[in-house]
Design a protein around this ligand. Structure first.
Ligand code: HEC
Length: 101
């Protein structure tokens, strides 16, 4: 394989691995909001984000925008992705966990 092909592959691996994977310590943040959720559910939220939001452009990192910015962006993107209300809530839950504060 050519060196350029290898660096392209490494680039993509680097991107998806920088999308944070929820852990038990993230639960604390959620219990503070009075929302009861499991690590498994948070991981499903992440998978949903990957599945629904990577069709048209690369995935943005939650930490690229503040919660306030996501509040404006998400309603527009939810419409583009034709998300159900539940999917929209779950993707928002994942993004807000790691958004810029
Ligand atoms: C049907 C195509 C499509 C899908 C699906 C889609 N997007 Fe987008 N997204 C766009 C386009 C086009 C732009 C750039 C132009 C714009 O802002 O409308 C964009 C821009 C963005 C931006 C940059 C906004 C800014 O102002 O800097 C973010 C963040 C984003 N999308 C997140 C998401 C998320 C989260 C989802 C899943 C809920 C999603 N996108 C799904 C088409 C899509």
């Amino acid at each position: 394989m050519k060196r350029s092909a290898i660096s392209v592959i490494l680039f993509f691996l680097g991107c998806s691995s920088s999308l944070p994977i929820p852990t038990a310590s993230d639960l604390l943040e959620h219990s503070n909001n009075g929302d009861v959720v499991t690590v498994e559910e948070l991981k499903e939220d992440r998978s949903l984000y990957i599945a629904k939001c990577s069709g048209c452009h690369g995935l943005y990192l939650p930490s690229q925008y503040s919660g306030k910015e996501w509040q404006t962006i998400l309603p527009m993107m939810n419409e583009k992705s034709r998300l159900s209300e539940t999917e929209a809530i779950r993707i928002k839950r994942y993004i807000f966990l790691y958004s810029m504060h």
